[in-house]
Design a protein around this ligand. Structure first.
Ligand code: AMP
Ligand code: MG
Length: 491
């Protein structure tokens, strides 16, 4: 299957590969080569991720890597494989899924490298194993934007494209995103072996994750040294922190199925995601999510529901249902606590001085007047610098509610150092987020082989707190045409 098509000159790339996932055995994956793409070209590259992998500038521009990351030749020492997992999709058990279009090459410098869109695998089901240019650019840019906003996430090294045709609703072209993370293991990997009652494999997987990522779980007196309960608690904590960041920054994931939940609490599988424009807690960013299961404000509850699926899967190893329930408890305290901390930083106020109702009142005012979430916070930050609150007030129709809230805010601010608050707020409230319409613009350019927009937008969203005066337009209100954009699961 999938012949490698190039005759290779000696490799210039010397990555030191390890294959700890492959060492788990063939119950966990199928080894196969990527499918080739005709005449690939670079679409986007992240130098910071290249640094993490210790790839130098000339290597990162080399034809060898272009071919390797397009599936046309294999990097020496890599060992491509597609892993098997299952999962709950939109609340229903979906059975076996697996890497239908992603191939893990192995790990280097403690990071796994995965090609997304590299062709058919045994888990492709009815899919074609491919990813299209538009969704690949979105995943690439958003991974890096989220990281720069301090949100736990998988990373993206690059996107390569080809004129090879891929059919979605209309003909599109193929692309591959090269993703990077310490691990791509999902809740669904555990659900897979639990559902098949393959307890030996379930234990191998859990031990692997504990030994590699959560060694502290081996000695947790709280759980009577039950390492699997401790694992569930750790994952609950990481997930709580991740989803709190989403809520604070206004990020809507769109497809929070259990197969899209990372065991490391990283944002993973960017599809129909959206940063909120106007603040609407019930916003649904995924056009296919007709019931609004994954609406913005529901994300914390969905994360908790997903953690129960993981708990259910780990139950044969944990043994005691009560212990599993106790392990999940941490989510309920840590998610609101982390969100509170993040919202206080956005307000430039010490945590102890801010009540939940103070934050809720603000969010209610933002929702009522459909105020742009990012612009509001940035203007509020600037108001601390120059003392002029008028640009913030202008955002509200109901200025009575706003004035009442602002009075309370001023009283709280009076107790703290305003310059310090301004400094913190300008480093916490981004000027730029990756709005859908910004993606759309650079995708259109990329379709016409102009990739400068991808590079420019990458630069801006990876320095989201800087002013970028020449890019002021990208920090403005969403243009009217952008409200027509509909993003579905199709990618
Ligand atoms: P997603 O909604 O992207 O998280 O994908 C859900 C499942 O469908 C995963 O198992 C994917 O690998 C698989 N999948 C999505 N798109 C494709 C495709 N074009 N070809 C093969 N498998 C796919
Ligand atoms: Mg997925």
């Amino acid at each position: 299957m999938n012949p490698v098509c190039h005759t290779l000159p000696p490799s210039q790339i010397s990555l030191h590969w390890r294959h700890s996932f492959a060492a788990l055995g063939t119950d966990f994956y199928a080894e196969l080569s990527p499918e080739s793409l005709e005449a690939p070209y670079w679409v986007g590259r992240s130098p910071t991720v290249a640094n993490l992998l210790e790839l130098n500038t000339s290597q990162f521009a080399s034809d060898e890597l272009l071919q390797a990351f397009s599936g046309n030749q294999q990097l020496p020492g890599s060992r491509p494989l597609a892993s098997v997992y299952s999962g709950h999709q939109f609340g229903q058990w979906a059975g076996q899924l697996g890497d239908g279009r992603a191939l893990l090459l192995g790990e280097t410098n403690g990071l796994e490298i995965q090609l997304k869109g590299a062709g058919l695998t045994p888990y492709s089901r009815r899919g074609d194993g491919r990813a299209v240019l538009r969704s690949s650019i979105r995943e690439f840019l958003c991974s890096e934007a989220m990281h720069s906003l301090g949100v736990p996430t998988t990373r993206a090294l690059c996107v390569t494209g080809s004129d090879d045709e891929v059919w979605r609703e209309t003909p599109e072209t193929a692309a591959v995103v090269t993703r990077v993370a310490p691990s791509f293991i999902r809740f669904g990997h555990f659900e897979h072996f639990a559902a098949k009652n393959q307890l030996k494999q379930l234990k191998i997987l859990a031990d692997y994750v504990i030994d590699r990522f959560y060694p502290e779980c081996r000695s947790k007196p709280k759980f009577a040294d039950n390492a699997y309960a401790a694992l569930l608690e750790k994952v609950s904590e990481r997930t709580a922190v991740m989803v709190a960041h989403w809520q604070a920054v206004g990020f809507c994931h769109g497809v929070m199925n259990t197969d899209n939940m990372s065991i490391l609490g990283l944002t993973i599988d960017y599809g129909p995601f959206q940063f909120l424009d106007s603040y609407n807690p019930l916003h649904i960013c995924n056009h296919s999510d007709t019931q609004g299961r994954y609406a913005f404000a529901r994300q914390p509850n969905v994360a908790y529901w997903n953690l129960h699926c993981l708990g259910q899967a780990l139950l044969p190893l944990i043994g005691e249902p009560q212990m599993a329930m106790a392990a999940l408890e941490s989510f309920k305290t840590l998610m609101p606590k982390t969100l509170h901390r993040l919202m206080c930083a956005k307000l430039g106020l010490p945590e102890a001085s801010v009540t939940q109702s103070f934050i809720d009142d603000l969010l209610a005012a933002l929702a009522q007047d459909q105020v742009d979430y990012t612009i509001f916070w940035r203007r509020l930050s600037h108001a601390q610098l120059d003392g002029n609150t008028e640009p913030v007030r202008e955002l509200f129709i109901n200025s009575i509610a706003w004035d009442a809230w602002m009075l309370r805010y001023s009283e709280l601010l009076a107790l703290s150092d305003r310059a310090l608050a301004a400094d913190l707020m300008l480093k916490t409230n981004p000027k730029f987020v990756l709005r859908n319409y910004l993606c759309q613009d650079v995708i259109e350019m990329a379709k016409h082989k102009d990739f400068s927009g991808v590079a420019d937008l990458l630069d801006v969203v990876t320095h989201p707190f800087a002013e970028h005066p020449t890019r002021a337009a990208w920090a403005g209100f969403v243009p009217d045409w952008a409200s027509q954009i509909e993003i579905s699961c199709s990618s």
